[in-house]
Design a protein around this ligand. Structure first.
Ligand SMILES: [Zn+2]
Length: 419
């Protein structure tokens, strides 16, 4: 960025460069060269390009590599990362060293704005096991109490990190462990906890912050584009200088302007990534943009995320139910059961996962202490129907702890219906 140039102007230039680059060198985008070239405004030119998603890039990967890099040299010049995200569909993403450097620089700048002392040696990453950390714990994401205890002892007594980088659902389990086991942090003082890779809920944020005696900062991002928005000292998610974000109406596909109170689907364009680009790429998250004057001094637009991802929404016949969050709806069903004298039913459940497979069908996977009873299936069906509406069918399936259905991100509700 040239000194004195506004962040917005600099971003528009980056967007303009990206559109020019991909419409000349990326096969999939070449067909749009003329329609984007006639626009002086890069935001308007971008709107002429199609919205993309994981499945498209997965099935037509070859169309998305830039011709700037010869096929035979891709392995040398592009660094591959794999992402599955909440949809479970794995895709490979590729970046050059320079693209990664640009993205990393932006992330470190944002971290230093929160705590100037942060550097690579005092940050502990609970997401990806680095070789040096493997000596201590074999699997960072093993959330068994024994493993959590081992990791916490190591962090408190030896590493003493200033920053922990982790997923909200993982660190939430650590916070619950500290609470349950009365684990003392002693003199270990964290600068902040940086969460990413999933939507951070208010409940998670409060408990993590309380138990670790520190701030929880949400680094909202994905493997494809790295950081998208970073939380400031005031608790607002400011957009990264390296990502252009659009909010799309989920029913009409129209753009929702910043400042609107309506939520829509978050669609991102990663500005520095030109060799395997992510343009108007949908993540499945729901949010809205505002241009509020934040007390932290940053002028970048603020993104407000809806707590659920698209995959966590219940899809039922009526349109006004489109934004019903299944995770909280089913939590409500369990509260109803407890309030109505069915505590024994709830206490029998170790874990549950509910998957909507069609408009009216919900598979309820249960990990139980004892056998599945009629009392459980009947009371659950009764209270769930009260909340969801008549006509819903629940299939109950008792599963063991190592069943694949409980692997991956720990959402308690998923819908397999997309769109
Ligand atoms: Zn701010």
């Amino acid at each position: 960025m040239i000194e004195g140039e506004s962040a917005e102007l600099s971003k528009r230039k980056k967007l303009s460069n990206l559109i020019r680059e991909v419409t000349h060198f990326v096969p999939y985008y070449k067909q749009f060269l003329e329609s984007t070239d006639t626009y002086d405004d890069p935001v308007q030119a971008l709107a002429r390009l199609p919205i993309t998603e994981k499945a498209l890039l997965h099935n037509h990967a070859e169309q998305f590599y830039s011709e700037r890099i010869d096929k035979s040299r891709r392995e040398d010049l592009l660094i591959a990362e794999v992402t599955t995200g909440s949809s479970g569909l794995p895709i490979m993403c590729y970046k050059t060293k320079e693209e990664r450097f640009q993205l990393a620089l932006s992330a470190w700048k944002q971290r230093r704005a929160i705590d100037a002392r942060v550097n690579q040696s005092n940050l502990f990453c609970l997401l990806h096991s680095h070789s040096s950390q493997k000596k201590v714990v074999d699997n960072m994401r093993n959330l068994h109490s024994q493993n959590i205890s081992k990791v916490l002892h190591y962090l408190r007594d030896e590493f003493k990190p200033l920053i922990i980088h982790c997923s909200p659902s993982d660190i939430f389990e650590y916070a619950k462990f500290i609470e349950r086991e009365h684990f003392s942090l002693e003199d270990w003082e964290l600068g902040f906890i940086e969460t990413n890779s999933e939507v951070l809920t208010l409940e998670q944020k409060q408990k993590i912050s309380q138990r670790f005696r520190t701030r929880v900062i949400n680094n909202y991002g994905c493997r494809e584009a790295w950081n998208i928005a970073y939380e400031c000292r005031e608790g607002n998610l400011h957009l990264s200088d390296e990502v252009h974000v659009e909010i799309i109406d989920m029913k009409t596909g129209d753009l929702i302007q910043p400042g609107s109170s309506d939520y829509g689907e978050v669609v991102i364009t990663a500005l520095p990534i030109k060799h395997f680009p992510f343009i108007r790429y949908r993540l499945g998250d729901i949010g809205r943009l505002s241009r509020l004057e934040c007390a932290c001094g940053l002028e970048n637009e603020v993104l407000e995320l809806y707590e659920a991802r698209k995959i966590n929404l219940i899809h039922r016949l009526t349109n006004d139910n489109t934004l019903t969050n299944g995770v909280s709806l089913f939590k409500g069903v369990f509260s109803d059961l407890v309030a109505s004298g069915y505590s024994d039913v709830v206490q029998n459940i170790i874990r549950y996962k509910i998957i909507q497979t069609s408009t009216d069908v919900f598979d309820v996977y249960l990990m139980l202490h004892e056998a599945l009873t009629e009392r459980l299936t009947e009371s659950f069906t009764h209270y769930a129907t009260l909340r969801i509406g008549e006509g819903a069918v629940f299939n109950f399936l008792q599963k063991s702890a190592d069943d694949p259905v409980f692997e991956g991100k720990n959402y308690s509700f998923l819908s397999r219906i997309q769109g």
